[in-house]
Design a protein around this ligand. Structure first.
Ligand code: GAR
Length: 199
């Protein structure tokens, strides 16, 4: 039986699409059982619907506070009984209820711990680094601080814009995420201090 995975998105969902495509192969061992979002009308939700994957939207603005939103999101996710939750371009900090109930993998468009937060690509360009990249990590209660699972470096080219650099990063980020999610789902992991081992 494939391992059930819930994917959370806020935007175009190209990383989600890579996971859906990979999951078409039974040997990958993953089924995307639901896609959740913090907003309506995004391509990420459309992609899920195209593949007949159930979706849910949990908006912060529909709840009295962050804690109530966290509880509602935890309930939505838990209904799908996932082995793993993937934050793939989900632009909200997850709360304690979601994190207590699930192993969550996040993908981030920089080489953490450099450039955490919501503007990683613009921050790397503004700083003038010649190499940046992407990081897959386990989510903890901090902002992009969890134990690192995988990283891939990407050169910054002269004349790069935020868009061109982000596209170059995403072209390596998608296969990185597909690889890590598949191995984690199939084999599980152990954590010693900050070192993650996937057997
Ligand atoms: C990805 O590059 C992901 O790392 C980034 O959003 C993009 C989503 O692309 N996430 C963050 O910046 C989180 N801080 P996608 O919607 O095409 O998968």
């Amino acid at each position: 039986m494939p391992h059930p995975v819930v994917v959370l998105v806020s935007g175009t969902g190209s990383n989600l699409q890579a996971l859906i495509d990979a999951a078409a192969d039974p040997l990958y061992g993953v089924q995307v059982v639901a896609v959740g979002a913090d907003r309506d009308g995004i391509l990420g939700l459309e992609r899920a619907e195209r593949h007949c994957i159930p979706t849910f939207v949990c908006r912060v603005a529909d709840h009295p506070d962050r804690s109530a939103w966290d509880a509602a999101l935890a309930t939505e996710i838990a209904a799908h009984e996932p082995d793993l939750v993937v934050s793939a371009g989900f632009m909200k900090i997850l709360g304690e209820r979601v994190l207590a109930a699930h192993t969550v993998v996040n993908t981030h468009p920089a080489l953490l711990p450099a450039f955490p937060g919501a503007h990683a690509v613009a921050d790397a360009l503004a700083y003038g680094v010649r190499v940046t990249g992407c990081t897959a990590h386990l989510v903890d209660s901090g902002v992009d601080t969890g134990p690192i699972l995988a990283q891939v470096a990407v050169p910054v080219e002269d004349g790069d814009t935020e868009e061109s650099l982000h596209e170059r990063i995403k072209s390596v980020e998608r296969p990185m995420l597909v690889d890590v999610v598949g191995r984690l789902a199939r084999h599980g992991h152990t954590l010693t201090d900050r070192k993650v081992t996937i057997p």
